[in-house]
Ligand binder design. Structure first.
Ligand code: FE
Ligand code: ZN
Ligand code: FE
Length: 194
């Protein structure tokens, strides 16, 4: 099809996000089930409930644009969900598995943050104010979810994973390699401390 305007591009991107959210309705329960830490389990289950409302909110966005709610397979989310599944099929200590699940979940949240930030901005530009407001609400929820996962990783899950899950502390080499791996400022556990 010819994408002849920013508004058409916005509508196409909304179909992608609608698909992405629907894929998450299936993936999040599996991730919550596989998680061991009660806090992580709870965070994922709660985000599933939030995600259900986000799907409905997207339907409101489509309605506000006078368009039927349609999904177009989001291949990026398919890939992210596939990677999450791969991790969950591995054999790992509980806390290490939890760390892997958080990593997968944060990749998902960051993808959503990028997508919602973009469509929010486009909606504002084309004067779709109601859509822009709804999309901003969801963007805020995705950011909250991401921050909660970082908190969990740093306070509970990663330290446990680093000590082999037995609370006996880590070796020096493990600690220093973990410290070196900081790239992003606010992702799960790769935050660099000074
Ligand atoms: Fe979402
Ligand atoms: Zn996509
Ligand atoms: Fe999300």
């Amino acid at each position: 099809m010819k994408i002849d305007s920013l508004r058409t591009l916005l509508e196409e991107e909304l179909k992608d996000i609608y698909s992405a959210e629907k894929q998450l309705l299936k993936a999040l329960p599996k991730m919550a089930k596989k998680a061991t830490s009660p806090e992580l389990k709870g965070a994922l289950q709660e985000h599933l409930e939030v995600t259900k409302r986000q799907v409905e909110r997207l339907e409101d966005v489509f309605e506000s644009l006078g368009k039927p709610a349609k999904a177009k397979t989001c291949k990026a989310m398919q890939g992210l969900v596939e990677e999450a599944t791969e991790i969950m099929e591995e054999d790992a200590e509980d806390a290490v598995m939890d760390a892997g699940i958080i990593a997968a979940a944060q990749k998902v949240e960051h993808y959503e943050i990028a997508s919602y930030g973009t469509v929010r901005t486009w909606a504002r530009l084309v004067g779709a104010d109601e859509a822009a407001e709804l999309l901003q609400e969801t963007l805020d929820e995705e950011s909250d979810a991401d921050e909660r996962l970082t908190q969990l990783a740093e306070s509970v899950v990663n330290p446990q994973a680093d000590s082999g899950g037995d609370g006996n502390g880590s070796t020096r080499s493990k600690k220093s390699s973990a410290k070196k791996s900081g790239g992003s400022k606010k992702t799960g556990g790769s935050k660099s401390r000074r």
